[in-house]
Design a protein around this ligand. Sequence first.
Ligand code: BJW
Ligand code: ZN
Length: 245
Amino acid sequence: MTISATLIARLSNAQSVCVLTGAGVSAESGVPTFRGADGLWSKFKPEELANFNAFIRNPALVWEWYSYRKKVIKEVQPNPAHYALVELEQRIPNFTLVTQNVDGLHRRAGSKHILELHGNIERSYCIDCSAFANDIVLDESKEPPHCKHCGGLLRPDVVWFGEMLPEGVFEQALGAARRCDVFLCLGTSAVVYPAASLPLEALEQGAYVVEINQEYTDLSSRVQEAMLGKVGIILPQLIQALQHQ
Ligand code: BJW
Ligand code: ZN
């Protein structure tokens, strides 16, 4: 993939860059995506399990899904796309990494300024008293875990459909999208709102918006550049091109 001279120039001169990442950025680490050609959660539609009503109806099933995913995430490592974003952060004065991913891989790679829009799978909280709990591991019985303070049901600290994003986090992401010179939209199908509104906001404010995805999305025709390919390959090439500027 050739990196366009315009993108290199824009990034070299950028004071402010905002990046939105989705499941595709963790795909090359071995974390299945929700949708798309290689979307491996085809057994479960996210809309079916990632909502509070599904959880109340069948907490054991929802916990089994999260428990399995927690195990997968613990066993994988950040990939070249995560590390390229760490390097990009070091080059840009005002850098914001907005992620829809709940896997914590950006933090593990070393990124600093991260906004987690959809929470983090490592944390849980009690639906009755809101107390937090970390490192919940289901025992053999696969019974859903309960709060050690009040006995209430624990749930993963992630954002399900119909729920508000963590307070203030989306507002910060919106601010970053609106003031950036360059916006990178990486490995997301860009169908879940309000995250999907961020590249549109950036476009409206005149930012140079670039998508990298292994397939075209509804966003592709609206951005300045839609690069087709794997983020784990294209992002390191982009960093290399910046270094040789
Ligand atoms: C690669 C690659 C490689 C692969 N290189 N690329 C109509 C009806 C009902 C609701 C709504 C509606 N219209 C809007 C809504 C609201 C709803 C919504 O957006 N629904 C749409 C689906 C229609 N949104 C919400 O409910 C949000 N809250 C909200 O709006 O609050 C206000 C409100 C309050 C009260 C009432 C109503 C509104 C909350 C959304 C929460 C989303 N949660 C999830 C689960 C999180 C926890 C968990 O992980 O289990 O977040 S769903 C799931 O989708 C997860 C993801 O973060 C999110 C986005 O997915 P993502 O990251 O884009 O992944 P994929 O799999 O879709 O795409 C991967 C892409 O990568 C593909 O394109 C591949 O091609 C690509 N790829 N490998 C490059 N190597
Ligand atoms: Zn409790």
